[in-house]
Design a protein around this ligand. Structure first.
Ligand SMILES: [Zn+2]
Ligand SMILES: [Zn+2]
Length: 1018
């Protein structure tokens, strides 16, 4: 099929045919191709496929340009691992140009795997013209965006405390902190440290100690100050034989235990300016400035944990940093970018800070400065790529002032339709509400270089195009990556000194967020092309992209164009294993996409992903669950199609027109049912609900198979043109409906049954025709009567082949009219001679009322016998009706009224003698069970037919072969056969029935009597 599509250029043709039609925009969120694609990629790719296919068939022009995300740390890490590097120094020694060459190779190393899988799962996307974020054109568009943002005054550099990965040597943005697996539970030290007061002030007296708590002992080396809340109540508290300690009143018992003596109480404001001796002497008070190593007043202190006195290390906490700014303290940072202490920290110099914790604690203990050391389990952020614990670390970084645009971001979000809707004001809306400025810069190598140049005097110039850079510097760039761009300098327009590029590259999320224009190299070229496709009508990615691509796409568009770049977004859930665990190599529970495709085919994989559940819920995924999807739908469809082909060939039906007049009500029903399905599928697909749409197609195929064909079998045997036309029309339409879901199977069926277009994918999506609502309703009622009747047979253990005298149906008014109109069908299905009607269930059976001990037992306990008696005294028919109407039943027990609901009562039907009843809501059907001789003989005749059919199949006869039939065996059976000879001959295509001895073959048994059957082709 893939071959045929290629040959006939079906994808290109499907787009070409719509040129000039209204455009419907789709943006491909670019994956990275530095590893092979997994099953979750198949999930995203089939959902990115189905709606564009659907919209194309509906008449829209849907361009689908592929894309690859090429830059960023993941690629660098993979190359570092290959080269055995552990730090940025290794990279610089190796050479940035060489390193970036390796990254360039690495990032597209699996593109072929991706392309192969993409084609095999039927994801139609233009991979030949895919955009790549590493291409100079793409980068130039990103530069334009950054310059525009700079010109709006929203791009700035600032010293801030940021989450920082010392291994990767770069800061992370807040949306990277929102990636899954960033927060991991770890054990950290929890230490209470004494800070002896050296300059008493206010409430503090000589000899007192400030009691301070921290979970990062390594930051104590950089202690700059202690913060207290001015209004919180503090105390001087004393343990036996110890100096007085100062801490928050509310924490005394928790920290010091019940034995501490409170000396006095005072508000925190009275501690301001108290001087103390810092826990370590590596950095002098003077380096921090006048307020170094004193108590400061702050607004972020609480008495919920710790001691109420907060250790402040300005370079290592956001609150600390803010407080330092407020009090004019200098930032002193003795931790190097690789996460080790610098030479100022004596014996600890060169050590990874977190590894130094135990020795630092011992040091405090040895000097009598430690009150207590414990451990604490808490969630701590880690680098989402290399799993190194992050440090909060003060460093200069470039930011985009997105927080100034928060209202615009929220307004843009209002224009987006989210699927599921809850994301809009939940996960995504809340994320926008808490917006902080976008930490844009990364001190790395393989990325879009930040196009900002600076002179020694600090003048700044942002460059928006290569031409502009050429003009200023006289140098034409061929590769805008580092290190080539780094050497380009030009004179400052303000002071004439040379301007050099700042070293940073940018967050890769900005690259992918720029794809709406950068994929077309807009605005440098193709402006109109971009504008016609902006914003997109549809994007689709995993739910975790709320803080990734969904955000960056919205943020970039809001910064540049003050609107969202997408109108509809479908969010996809995780793919878990059957036990609900994440799939991972280490658990060995990965299901590789090729495993699924090789075993079940791409259509089955797609069908499972579309219809097994709503895509934003989690998938509990295994090969077995996909097998189930195949069994329940694809096989049924294939068998229905196979049935048509088999009998059409047998009857030499060649007519391909589908508009023969409906010969029967069943034909009319099938077409009406088909039109109902088209309506529903279109409505759901327009709402991006492939799940309900797919299930509607499944229900239709089930109805065709288990009702239309089942009820029309005889007509297919007889070559009834109208039946073939109806079924063919339904199957061709199902193929068209199904084309976006299961493109391979749909095309196979279409091509064989119709083929007037080179592919089903070039057809228009079906448009609903006239429905006969009354007929649909009537058929529903009739089918329900059949279902209940068959259930009653099952209960009575009377096989369907055994005819019964009558079915008695509870039905009045329109329902009765409906069943009467379709009485032949109901009679045949139930295999009864006649239908009778009654208007109320109690004419069929005696209603019995019993207490439900499961609900009432626990409620009434020893009063249960009284309850049972009260229920026995109720009027059963009356109660049954009341419960059906949703009313509540009151009983009185020992003078108290109690209410009973439908859950508390079991309503059973005790059939009248000789009947079996089945009931559902207000509907019921009873079968008369008595089997007289006439019925018995009729039943035998049917059993004989079945035995002959088995013999035909056993002899390998074709469905249309006419036969000569010979019967032998129990005389009573042969009498029955004679009595029903015409019926038997008709059912088995026998031209002649003879009653002679049959030799050989296994005899069959009918109702305990022996029967021998011989068949021969006539
Ligand atoms: Zn890292
Ligand atoms: Zn200058």
């Amino acid at each position: 099929m893939i071959e045929r599509w290629r040959e006939r250029e079906v994808f290109a043709e499907s787009v070409r045919r719509r040129s000039g039609a209204p455009a419907w925009g789709f943006y491909e969120g670019p994956p990275t191709a530095n590893g092979p694609p997994g099953s979750h990629h198949v999930l995203a790719r089939v959902f990115k496929d189905i709606f564009p296919r659907y919209k194309t068939m509906c008449g829209f022009y849907v361009e689908r340009k592929g894309g690859w995300d090429c830059h960023g740390l993941p690629v660098e890490l993979a190359v570092e691992a290959e080269l055995g590097f552990t730090s940025k120094d290794d990279i610089e020694r190796y050479g940035i140009a060489e390193f970036n060459d390796r990254c360039r190779e690495k990032v597209l190393s699996h593109v072929e795997d991706w392309n192969r899988l993409t084609e095999r799962i039927g994801f139609w996307i233009d991979l030949k013209n895919a955009y790549r974020t590493l291409d100079p054109d793409y980068i130039e568009s990103v530069w334009w965006a950054l310059k525009t943002i700079h010109d709006k005054g929203l791009l700035y550099e600032k010293l801030k405390v940021v989450p920082y990965c010392p291994r990767c040597g770069t800061a992370l943005s807040s949306h990277e902190l929102g990636q899954p697996d960033v927060y991991r539970d770890v054990l950290d030290p929890s230490v209470y440290v004494r800070f002896p007061v050296t300059e008493p002030h206010g409430a503090a007296e000589p000899g007192d100690q400030l009691l301070v708590w921290t979970t990062t002992p390594w930051t104590l080396v950089s202690n700059a100050a202690v913060a207290v809340d001015p209004e919180l109540t503090y105390v001087r508290a004393q343990l036996e034989g110890e100096p007085p300690m100062i801490l928050a009143q509310g924490l005394v018992e928790r920290v010091l235990g019940p034995g501490a003596k409170i000396l006095n109480r005072f508000p925190g404001a009275q501690l301001e300016r108290v001087g103390y001796e810092p826990p370590f002497g590596f950095i002098a008070k003077s380096e921090y400035g006048e307020r170094g190593h004193t108590v400061l007043l702050a607004d972020f202190v609480s008495d919920e944990d710790g001691t109420g006195l907060v250790h402040t290390a300005i370079a290592f906490g956001e609150d600390d940093f803010r407080l330092g700014e407020q009090y004019g303290l200098n930032v002193v940072n003795p931790v190097k970018p690789d996460g080790t202490f610098d030479e100022r920290i004596g014996a600890y110099a060169g050590r990874w800070v977190k590894d130094a914790d135990p020795d630092l604690i011992e040091d405090l203990r040895a000097r009598g400065r430690l009150l207590r050391a414990e451990t604490l389990e808490h969630a701590y952020p880690h680098c989402w790529r290399c799993v190194t614990p992050l440090l909060y670390y003060a460093k200069p970084s470039w930011y985009i002032g997105t927080s100034q645009l928060k209202d615009r971001l929220l307004a843009a979000n209002e224009t987006i339709t989210w699927h599921p809707e809850r994301v809009k004001h939940g996960r995504f809306g809340k994320w926008l509400e808490g917006n902080v400025d976008w930490a844009l810069s990364r001190e790395r190598y393989w990325g879009t270089p930040l196009p900002v140049w600076r002179c020694p005097a600090g003048h700044i110039r942002a460059i928006g195009s290569f031409a502009e850079l050429h003009e200023r510097s006289g140098i034409a760039l061929t590769d805008p990556h580092r290190p080539f761009v780094d050497v380009i300098t030009f004179p400052c327009a303000d002071c004439g000194e040379p301007m050099r590029r700042v070293e940073e590259v940018i967050d890769v999320w900005f690259d992918s967020g720029s794809m709406p224009f950068a994929q077309f190299h807009a605005p440098h070229r193709n402006v109109e092309h971009f504008e016609q496709r902006f914003p997109a009508d549809f994007i689709c990615e995993a739910l975790d992209q709320t803080r990734g691509w969904f955000y960056s796409l919205l943020a970039v568009a809001t910064l540049l164009f003050d609107r969202s770049s997408y109108r509809n977004v479908v969010c996809l859930g995780l793919i878990l294993d059957e036990q609900g665990r994440k799939m991972s190599k280490s658990l060995g529970n990965m299901v590789e996409p090729w495993e699924v495709i090789d075993r079940f085919g791409a259509d089955a994989f797609r069908w499972y992903l579309f219809t097994s559940k709503y895509p934003w819920d989690e998938y509990r995924f295994s090969l077995e669950t996909i097998g189930e999807a195949v069994r329940l739908f694809l096989l049924q469809l294939w068998n229905t199609y196979g049935f048509y082909v088999l009998y059409a060939n047998a009857n030499e039906i060649t007519d391909r027109s589908a508009d023969a007049a409906d010969a029967t009500e069943l034909d009319a029903w099938a077409r009406s049912r088909l039109n109902a399905t088209i309506e529903l599928v279109r409505e759901r697909m327009d709402e991006f609900d492939a799940t309900a749409a797919g299930r509607a197609i499944q229900a239709l195929v089930d109805d065709l198979s288990n009702w239309y064909i089942r009820r029309s079998r005889r007509r297919f045997w007889d070559g009834d043109e109208a039946a073939f036309a109806t079924l063919r029309h339904c199957l061709i339409t199902v193929a068209q409906l199904l084309a976006p879901f299961c493109p391979f199977l749909a095309d196979e069926i279409y091509d064989n049954l119709d083929g007037s277009e080179p592919s089903v994918h070039l057809c228009a999506y079906p448009i609903p025709g006239q429905r006969d609502l009354e007929l649909e309703r009537n058929m529903d009622v009739a089918r329900q009567a059949v279902r209940l009747g068959l259930a009653a047979r099952g209960q009575a253990k009377v096989k369907v082949r055994q005819p019964l005298r009558a079915a008695v149906i509870v039905a009045t008014g329109p329902e009765r009219v409906a069943i009467e109109r379709l009485a032949d069908i109901v009679r045949e299905e139930l295999n009864v001679h006649e239908l009778r009607f009654v208007s109320q269930a109690d004419e069929l059976a005696e209603i019995e009322l019993k207490p439900n001990y499961d609900t009432l037992g626990p409620r009434f306990r020893q009063q249960m016998p009284l309850v049972a008696a009260a229920i026995a005294a109720l009027e059963p028919a009356h109660v049954a009706t009341a419960l059906l109407e949703g009313r509540i039943i009151a009983i009185a027990i020992a003078g108290h009224d109690h209410e009973l609901t439908a859950d508390d009562l079991v309503v059973a039907m005790k059939p009248l003698p000789g009947f079996q009843v089945e009931r559902e809501g207000s509907h019921a059907v009873a079968l008369e069970l008595e089997i007289d001789d006439e019925l018995r003989i009729e039943g035998w005749a049917r059993d004989i037919v079945r035995a002959v059919q088995n013999a035909r199949a056993g002899a390998g006869l074709d469905v249309s072969d006419r036969i000569l039939l010979t019967l032998d065996g129990d005389p009573a059976l042969l009498d029955a056969a004679r009595a029903h000879e015409r019926y038997i001959a008709g059912e088995t295509l026998a031209l002649q029935v003879s009653y002679e001895s049959v030799d050989g073959g296994e005899p069959t048994c009918v109702d305990g009597r022996e029967l021998r059957v011989a068949v021969a082709v006539a």
